[in-house]
Ligand binder design. Structure first.
Ligand SMILES: *Cc1c(COP(=O)(O)O)cnc(C)c1O
Length: 466
């Protein structure tokens, strides 16, 4: 230790060792806890009153800050991996992946360029190779890990648009158009807006079919059609787990030479299963695919992925230029540069936790863990059908179950959600589903990700609707 490191942020001393041990102890107890506390939010005023001021000139010390985290802030955050957290799309990262997330941080790897990140990127790419193999996309297809489904979708949309513009100089000044269905995730609309593209939504409550698509295209004005640069299908809608007719849509896109993007951010994990894989037939013909390992492939936040049939097109759209970047592209540092294939430059090697967990456990355990989510949805479906007070709104699809409590109003679902959450028992949220007459019904929704959720958990939640 040199003298001028005495007050350094980076000093290695007894405080650092103690803080490190305390944090490891906390992390180990958190990940070995089979039933983590669910957690419940508090208002900002309440948190401010309990926590006080933590950022001071002198610092409050690691012990105090960690205690504030443990005693106040962690309980005010919901544990997404709780076995009775069945809301939104939850997550259940494997313990191996969580531990390796710490390694990714500790290793300080800049994951943008091979020159700096080769070892980490090599490992990420082996995990990516497995993801690509699940899609059945042709040789040469490859992808990169992104911060999530939103950035994966954005990276794909930008690639599609640049490709469209390249093919026809007249498109340079045209406002592009993205065609999808109302079942598409909100991020498709939001990212179309980011790229200043118009979005058109085909109105289908169930899966988007080839016939729906052909009908929409046949009615489209030539001017509108000339601006259409991408069709987005969903491989497992977030609300109900519905998979569009990927093979039919692929056929139309191939005939009409339109970029075909599949958003399988949530459903993509099911590609690993035997029971649901066939529902995705046609995915191998996509130009780009989004899959979120932080949803149904047991990675910690945040980890999405975008895969391209022709990564060269993504490279043309995303490569950043700068005199300070030239060395990374020099022959001497040749290799796969993840920053060339998506919107982000500096990036965490966020595929590394997935790589370690896959390498440790093998893909068979992943397959079984995803399969369990589908089974749990089927089990819940049977229990709901047999319960006089409950009814399925539609058959379970992937790991989503939509169901109603007879005679409940939207307010009843609201109260029920807050009560279960506040009691630290479960987080199950309502959603909406369109009825035959066009009006929307509020109903309950399960989304199963965590293989540790049990049939007893399902019974116990259903019992709160008595
Ligand atoms: C969750 C989800 C997204 C958005 O992914 P983030 O990782 O939250 O950015 C996009 N599409 C679908 C279908 C999703 O379920």
């Amino acid at each position: 230790m040199t003298q001028n490191s005495q007050n350094s942020l980076h000093e290695i001393d007894i405080n650092l060792i103690e803080m490190t041990l305390d944090i490891m102890k906390y992390v180990i107890s958190r990940i070995t806890e089979k039933n983590p506390k669910l957690g419940y939010f508090k208002s900002e005023e309440d948190l401010a009153a309990m926590v006080g001021k933590t950022i001071t000139k002198e610092g409050i010390g690691g012990e105090k800050a960690l205690n504030i985290w443990k005693e106040i802030l962690a309980p005010a955050s919901t544990a997404i991996d709780h076995p009775r957290h069945l809301a939104f799309v939850p997550a259940a990262p494997s313990r191996a992946a969580i531990m390796f997330d710490l390694v990714a941080s500790a290793s300080s790897i800049h994951g943008a360029y091979w020159m700096e990140g080769a070892g980490g990127i090599f490992a990420e790419n082996q995990a990516m190779q497995w993801l690509v193999s699940l899609t059945g996309m042709p040789n040469g297809a490859f992808g990169v890990f992104t911060s999530g489904g939103t950035t994966a979708n954005l990276s794909a949309i930008v690639t599609a648009r640049e490709n469209w513009r390249k093919h026809n100089p007249q498109n340079q000044n045209k406002k592009g158009l993205v065609l999808t269905s109302i079942g598409a995730h909100s991020s498709i609309k939001a990212m179309a807006q980011v790229t200043d593209a118009e979005i058109m939504l085909i109105d289908t409550e169930e899966s988007l079919t080839e016939a729906d698509l052909r009908k929409t295209l046949s009615k489209m004005q030539p001017e509108t059609r000339s601006r259409l640069f991408a069709i987005v299908a969903t491989g497992g809608t977030t609300n109900a787990g519905i998979i569009d007719d990927l093979a039919g849509i692929a056929q139309v896109c191939a005939e009409q030479k339109i970029w075909f993007h599949i958003d399988a951010a949530y459903g993509g994990g099911a590609l690993a299963t035997d029971t649901a894989r066939h529902l995705f037939n046609g995915i191998e013909r996509a130009d780009s695919v989004t899959i979120d390992p932080h949803k149904w492939l047991f990675s910690p936040y945040d980890c999405g992925a975008v895969i391209y049939k022709n990564p060269e097109l993504a490279k043309q759209a995303h490569t950043q230029e700068g005199s300070y970047l030239e060395i990374f592209k020099d022959k001497g540092a040749d290799g796969f540069n993840p920053s060339d294939y998506q919107i982000q430059l500096t990036r965490r090697v966020r595929g590394l936790p997935l790589w370690f967990s896959l390498a440790m456990h093998g893909t068979e355990k992943y397959k079984k863990a995803v399969e369990r989510g589908i089974e749990l949805a089927q089990i819940a479906g049977t229990k709901i059908s047999r319960n006089e007070k409950l009814e399925l709104v539609r058959e379970p699809s992937l790991s989503c179950v939509l169901f109603r409590r007879k005679n409940w109003e939207p307010e009843d679902y609201r109260q029920w959600t807050y009560k279960n959450h506040k009691e630290g028992f479960a987080l199950v949220t309502p959603t909406k589903w369109r009825k035959k007459d066009g009006s929307f019904e509020t109903c309950a929704r399960f989304c199963f990700i965590n293989p540790d959720t049990t049939p007893d958990d399902i019974d116990a939640i259903l019992a709160t609707m008595e």
